[in-house]
Write a protein that binds this ligand. Structure first.
Ligand SMILES: *Cc1c(COP(=O)(O)O)cnc(C)c1O
Length: 397
């Protein structure tokens, strides 16, 4: 997954153009900027690559989720359905706009189980937010038909799956809104950054205004702009956008390296009959940033993961005990530890996570190990890693 591994002259050249112009901000200063509009250029390039009408850059993936929810008019008391296996940004963004995160089970895709989604819908539900964890995707066809039936928005968190596709469409472009992160560990990086993509003109315009204090961006003079609604500052800087321009141009190169390394590991693990693989929904193609597999029991998965650590195999994750990605370790959410008071609607709407039955999630996540696929590993290194991982698994069986 990590774009930071392959970083060089092209990124430097882009950043130097911005530094030479001395304009680090994406808006205004027209006369000083030597014609450099890196954020605008990256938005154009991203919307083309993702085959959508509009892209709006923001300061992070978390900001992108927040902006995506805000521009769709989601607010106090509205419910947003998210998976139990995700990143903390999912519920942070929902809480930030006063809405209520509703957690539901994942299945053998390690993403939202469509049946669990349907069971969780209430009259307050507004959005279904699948999170395409570790390079593969939720069953978007099933989720879309649920959303259509119940008049809900589909918001794809594609932060970890940029470059993957579903039914030939880039991940992020299938729903009403899609979100990417360009933080330092994602497949392509700006250092920090994020984006919202959509074909909905109103959502795009709202995102353009909302992420810059509600400025309407009409006319040349920033001082004369009006504010059709309240906003916030979620702007990206020109420096970050410049890095992203160089990185996005290399996305297909990164994807092909990931696919090569993933295939080497997969071929070796396929020979072990006790190993089964994460299900990729029909019509989906991963971005190959991780290889995720299941072992027959939780105890075995824990043992294999511990042995990987002992044997110095880095980059393999056992998410079940992970602080950032699985509901079991989110005490701050479970115990509602906010610095200030949470809104009344949030407190009333939140699930009691100590008593929720997420045994289906535990069944899958508890037996899963996900191995990061690095760009820097040569074919030879990848073969050696794959053999070592296979040996560790066989020794534990
Ligand atoms: C990284 C990530 C985010 C948030 O992105 P930031 O740019 O780090 O704020 C959101 N969702 C998922 C699934 C992520 O992996």
């Amino acid at each position: 997954m990590p774009g930071f591994e392959l970083f060089g002259d092209k990124e430097k050249a882009q950043v130097n153009e911005v530094l030479d112009s001395t304009v680090l901000m994406r808006y205004g200063f027209d006369g000083m900027r030597n014609g450099h509009w890196k954020a605008v250029e990256l938005e154009k390039a991203l919307s083309q690559r993702m085959q959508v009408d509009y892209a709006q850059l923001v300061s992070s993936g978390t900001a992108a989720l927040t902006v995506a929810l805000a521009v769709a008019g989601v607010g106090a008391g509205d419910e947003v359905i998210i998976p139990t296996f995700t990143f903390v940004a999912s519920f942070e963004s929902i809480l930030a706009i006063g809405a209520v995160p509703i957690l539901v089970d994942v299945d053998d895709t390690l993403t939202l189980n469509p049946k669990a989604v349907e069971n969780a819908i209430t009259e307050r539900t507004r959005v279904v937010m699948p999170v395409h964890m570790c390079g593969s995707m939720a069953d978007l066809a099933a989720l879309k038909s649920i959303c259509e039936k119940h008049n809900l928005l589909l918001l794809e968190d594609a932060c970890q799956a940029i470059g993957g596709t579903f039914n030939k469409k880039p991940l992020g472009s299938y729903g009403d809104l899609g979100v990417f992160s360009f933080d330092y560990v994602k497949t392509i990086t700006c250092g920090e950054g994020g984006a919202i993509i959509t074909n909905n003109k109103k959502f795009y315009k709202n995102a353009d205004h909302y992420s810059d204090h509600g400025h309407d961006h009409v006319g040349k003079d920033r001082g004369a702009e009006t504010h059709p609604f309240l906003g916030y500052n979620y702007r990206i800087s020109e420096l970050h956008a410049a890095v992203g321009l160089a990185q996005l141009a290399r996305l297909d190169e990164f994807l092909s390296i990931q696919k090569r390394n993933y295939s080497i590991l997969r071929t070796v693990l396929e020979d072990i009959s006790e190993v089964s693989f994460r299900r990729v929904p029909k019509g989906g193609i991963e971005n190959y940033s991780f290889l995720s597999f299941f072992l027959p029991s939780m105890a075995l998965a824990e043992e294999v993961h511990a042995a990987m650590g002992d044997e110095g195999v880095d980059g393999c994750f056992y998410w079940f005990h992970n602080n950032w990605h699985y509901y079991r370790k989110w005490e701050h959410l479970t115990e509602r530890k906010s610095l200030g008071k949470l809104p009344k609607e949030t407190l009333e709407g939140l699930q009691d996570l100590e008593t929720c039955d997420f045994s289906q999630s535990d069944h899958w996540v508890g037996r899963n190990i996900s191995c990061l696929i690095k760009l820097g590993w040569s074919e030879n290194e990848m073969r050696q890693r794959a053999e070592k991982i296979a040996q560790i698994i066989k020794k534990s069986l």
